[in-house]
Design a protein around this ligand. Structure first.
Ligand SMILES: C[S@@+](CC[C@H](N)C(=O)[O-])C[C@H]1O[C@@H](n2cnc3c(N)ncnc32)[C@H](O)[C@@H]1O
Length: 199
């Protein structure tokens, strides 16, 4: 499914650099998609992935370990993503199943009692930042909308991504069974418009 959707995503042909955000070792990414770009940049804090992703695709990868989401800050803020976008103005940016994990990581960081005060404002700032970047950069994301344990089908976890991409042009959703018991509802989003698709 990811492969099919990535086949449809056609960033402008001037985008020779692909920036992957949270790709881990690239298990969900098809080699033919990676092969469309001449320069690959990956942002992930996982040091094992730093070794495994280049091995998987048999090519060099420029690796960045800065936390652009600012989760390591006392007051977390996604503003660092602006630095990432502006460092690669002609790149295509793919958020690899990471944006739905941000509220989970934030809740773990701040603890349940204060989560509401931190997580929802953070996701609003992230939505605004992405909306500002939408007309300047080629951006796509696949991320959790909901997840649930199939043993408790009426208790879904909302990953707070429902408002992240309001007004974006291309959106799709599909269920992704991660394990026998765990199902995620994944959303695919791009800012690709008909005119960009042919440019
Ligand atoms: C849910 S996994 C997704 C892995 C893979 N892309 C997939 O689709 O299965 C989220 C990834 O985000 C990475 N990650 C977590 N926090 C991050 C951060 N602040 N900046 C960059 N990557 C981060 C993790 O190391 C992990 O590889």
């Amino acid at each position: 499914m990811v492969e099919e959707w990535l086949r449809e995503w056609q960033p402008p042909s001037t985008c020779q650099t692909l920036v992957l955000i949270g790709p881990s070792a690239g298990y969900t990414l098809p080699a033919n998609f990676i092969g469309r770009f001449s320069h690959i940049v990956a942002v992930d804090l996982d040091v094992a992935a730093q070794v495994l992703l280049p091995l998987r695709f048999g090519r060099p990868v420029q690796w960045l370990t800065r936390d652009f989401f600012g989760l390591d800050q006392k007051t977390p803020s996604p503003e660092g993503l602006n630095d990432l976008f502006s460092s690669y103005p002609a790149a295509a940016f793919l958020f690899c199943n990471i944006l739905g994990q941000i509220p989970v990581a934030l809740r773990e960081k701040v603890g349940t009692p204060n989560a509401g005060e931190i997580v929802e404002p953070y996701m609003k700032s992230l939505a605004q930042l992405l909306a500002n970047a939408r007309d300047k950069y080629a951006i796509a994301s696949y991320h959790d909308r909901f997840s649930r344990d199939l043993r408790r089908p009426n208790e879904a976890i909302d990953h707070l991504t429902g408002e992240l991409f309001s007004g974006w042009s291309v959106k799709k959703e599909f269920p992704w069974r991660l394990t026998r018991r765990l199902e995620h509802q994944i959303e695919f989003v791009t800012n690709q418009s008909a005119s960009r698709a042919t440019s």
